[in-house]
Design a protein around this ligand. Structure first.
Ligand code: ZN
Ligand code: ZN
Length: 486
């Protein structure tokens, strides 16, 4: 069924601008825009010459029909069908297009039995006029700004590439402040323009390079400073007199050390030495690095200080020593393994840069014991002046440092308690040695120096003994050394 919807030219406010002058209906979803035009339309291909053609749904005072089945007007349907025939696109509205619309409308009227025919009319408009365009039409027409004479004022020019865009398709870069930039130049992550992003990237690279250079420079300075310090230390060590004292504080306890400079000495005993054993084959030993040797044997006081919280406190009380005589007595009844435990703790509690606390090697021990002398008892022939042994001890240990020190200020290198060394016990090779550290394996660890219950011959610098690493005895203690790490 059909009914009149409006009459063109009637006083009712139903006159409409139709989106049909020219355009792409497929993209009509956007808002329509009215733009003021001058006589520059349509393009030459439309057949017009500077004229503007207007396709109306009907003549003045003729009815315009709605078709209920379609849900909209007869003219609209004719228009859509005619455009479909051109794949939905229309370059320009011209006479042939108007004829196609008219043919289609006639066919629809026949099919719907419309009594009063409605015919579209095509008229030429001259002079200034308004035209209605869709957003889609304006955006689709690349050549629109010039060919269709959309006013330049309505478009903005991209400062990056010079392209003209509608304002809505541009952005302002908050970094450089430039306006009207094409959206395609916008960085997805930062929303800045590509130029600013590139600039930031270059700046970041420069900064990273500067940072690298600064780190390299600091590293080089650090290395130079370190080698300078090392050289200065070497000079200092060369010039430091043997026996120089150094005090290391461990809590309230002071550990006194004596400097043993690098040097060469004869290790072992000559065949003529009284009381010697065959295992003391004399040979030359060079120690290339100086080291610090404990001035005394480790005391019961120091042991307790370092080993609190240790196994000893739980199992054996404050001190493992058999002679519970006092803090100033040498600790004894400690195994080689116990000593390693003590040294681990001492290194943790009293670290010294460039050095480690350790047992001396057998060669270091004998070198320190001789202190530059070659005789049997540190340069004297009177052991009684220098150490506690069977003849003078009264069957017990004695406070450390109560006898005369050797030439380098070291006490009790002879007697009082035997002292553990780091090395496995083995036979001397006989040849000259540099920095020897004993066999790589063995069953006994070297002990040196003799003790309160030994004869004088066992207290000679060259005398050698050994015990299993787990052995404990009331005449066996140790002395710490502070050895250079490199
Ligand atoms: Zn651009
Ligand atoms: Zn920018």
């Amino acid at each position: 069924m059909t009914r009149p919807s409006a009459r063109c030219g009637s006083p009712s406010p139903t006159r409409r601008y139709l989106p049909t002058v020219s355009g792409d209906l497929a993209s009509q979803r956007g808002s329509f825009q009215i733009r003021r035009r001058r006589n520059s339309f349509p393009p030459a291909s439309s057949g017009g010459s500077g004229s503007f053609f207007l396709l109306r749904s009907c003549d003045k005072f003729r009815p315009s029909l709605e078709l209920d089945d379609l849900g909209h007007g007869l003219f609209t349907q004719g228009l859509l069908d005619a455009m479909d025939a051109r794949d939905g696109r229309l370059a320009a509205c011209d006479t042939s297009f108007a004829a196609a619309v008219r043919d289609r409308m006639e066919e629809l009227q026949r099919r719907h039995n419309v009594a009063e025919p409605q015919r579209p009319s095509l008229g030429e408009v001259s002079g200034a006029c308004f035209a209605l365009f869709t957003d889609g039409f304006l955006n689709a027409g690349r050549a629109a700004p010039s060919a269709y004479a959309t006013p330049a004022a309505a478009l903005v020019k991209c400062p990056v590439c010079g392209r003209w865009n509608e304002k809505i398709n541009t952005f302002t870069c908050r970094e450089c402040g430039r306006d009207n930039i094409c959206l395609r130049h916008q960085d997805e992550a930062t929303y800045l323009c590509a130029d600013c992003v590139a600039k930031a990237r270059v700046e970041a690279q420069l900064k990273a390079a500067e940072e690298r250079a600064r780190r390299d420079r600091e590293e080089a300075e650090r290395k130079a400073e370190e080698s300078k310090r090392k050289a200065a230390r070497e000079v200092e060590e060369r010039n430091r007199p043997a026996g120089t004292q150094s005090i290391i504080r461990v809590g309230e306890i002071e550990v006194a050390l004596r400097w043993c400079p690098p040097g060469t000495f004869m290790m072992g005993s000559s065949k003529s030495e009284e009381g010697r054993d065959d295992v003391e084959t004399q040979h030359q030993v060079t120690l290339t690095k100086g080291f610090w040797m404990g001035e005394t044997e480790v005391t019961q006081g120091l042991w307790k200080k370092i080993m609190t919280q240790g196994l000893w406190e739980k199992i054996m009380g404050k001190t493992p020593s058999s002679f519970k005589s006092g803090d100033n007595y040498p600790v004894e009844s400690v195994s080689w393994e116990d000593c390693q435990d003590f040294l681990r703790k001492l290194n943790a509690k009293a670290p010294v840069a460039g050095f480690k606390w350790a047992l001396p090697t057998e060669a270091q021990w004998e070198y320190a014991c001789r202190a530059g002398t070659t005789g049997p008892y540190g340069g004297t022939v009177r052991l009684d002046d220098m150490g506690w042994f069977a003849s003078n001890s009264g069957g017990t240990t004695h406070p450390v440092a109560s006898k005369m020190a050797n030439a380098w200020g070291l006490h009790d290198m002879h007697g009082n308690v035997w002292e553990w060394c780091q090395d496995w016990y083995g036979t001397y090779s006989g040849g000259a040695q540099t920095d020897p550290s004993g066999p790589s394996t063995g069953s006994g660890r070297v002990i040196r120096g003799g003790s309160w219950c030994d004869d004088a011959r066992d207290c000679r610098p060259a005398d050698r003994g050994w015990c299993c690493p787990v052995d404990r005895d009331d005449n066996l203690g140790f002395r710490v050394a502070l050895l250079p790490v490199q």
